[in-house]
Design a protein around this ligand. Structure first.
Ligand SMILES: O=C(CO)[C@@H](O)[C@H](O)COP(=O)(O)O
Length: 217
């Protein structure tokens, strides 16, 4: 089943709870929460306090995407705040295998994200240990960017590797995904679709989520 994960980076931060309630009502599967530190990416967003505040208001799967340096020191705080999945960037981890074990030790699902320029090779010895791989289809840091076309090939390659190993690893894609290209990314092998501006920038958020779901059935 393909899952839809609205990215709250494009939500109205002054009405965050209302925006989250809308996507939950419309049948979103995950809530994608972008955490940025102004170092790993040139933008700053939210921390564990906000995640904790939202946790009591929503029963969506909290999919926390850490775009930060030294993620290990913040993993306990995000786990305690209510994360269901924590994603770290391979580019930010010196000891990636250890970081994955750190996430799992908190009873949280572990995922690894790759920037567009990072090869799939980096996953060779950790792929069997993760629950999900997040392929960035834009350079991370901002919503509303254009999907990088070469990403389709990368998604397909990862899908082939996952299938050939016979493992249960989700493939999440993030950046520039909209109603016009979602079918292509799903056909290439993605099964978790992050969308920010295409959902929260639309005039009818609930209808847009339903449209996404219809396209990927
Ligand atoms: O991680 C990021 C950006 O770094 C994403 O989650 C964006 O929030 C996706 O936004 P759109 O490209 O869908 O507008």
């Amino acid at each position: 089943m393909v899952k839809i994960a609205p990215s709250i980076l494009s939500a109205d931060f002054g009405n965050l709870y209302e925006d989250i309630a809308k996507v939950e009502k419309a049948g979103a599967d995950y809530l994608h929460i972008d955490v940025m530190d102004g170092h790993f990416v040139p933008n700053i967003t939210i921390g564990p306090l906000v995640v904790e505040a939202l946790r009591s208001k929503s029963s969506l799967v909290f999919d926390i995407h850490l775009m930060i340096e030294n993620p290990d020191i913040y993993i306990p705080a995000f786990a305690n705040a209510g994360a269901d999945i924590i994603t770290v960037h391979a580019e930010a981890c010196i000891h990636l295998h250890r970081t994955i074990q750190n996430i799992k030790s908190h009873g949280v699902k572990a995922a690894v994200a790759l920037n567009p320029a990072t090869s799939l090779d980096i996953l060779e010895y950790v792929l069997n240990d993760v629950d999900m791989v997040l392929l960035m289809t834009v350079n991370p840091g901002f919503g509303g960017q254009k999907f990088i076309d070469g990403s389709l090939n990368k998604i397909q390659k990862l899908r082939d590797i996952v299938n050939s190993r016979g493992i249960d690893v989700e493939i999440e894609v993030d950046g520039g995904i909209n109603l016009n290209n979602v079918k292509e990314v799903v056909d290439a092998g993605a099964n978790v679709i992050v969308a920010g501006s295409a959902i929260f920038g639309s005039t009818d958020v609930e209808k847009t989520i339903r449209n996404f779901k219809e396209l990927v059935i």
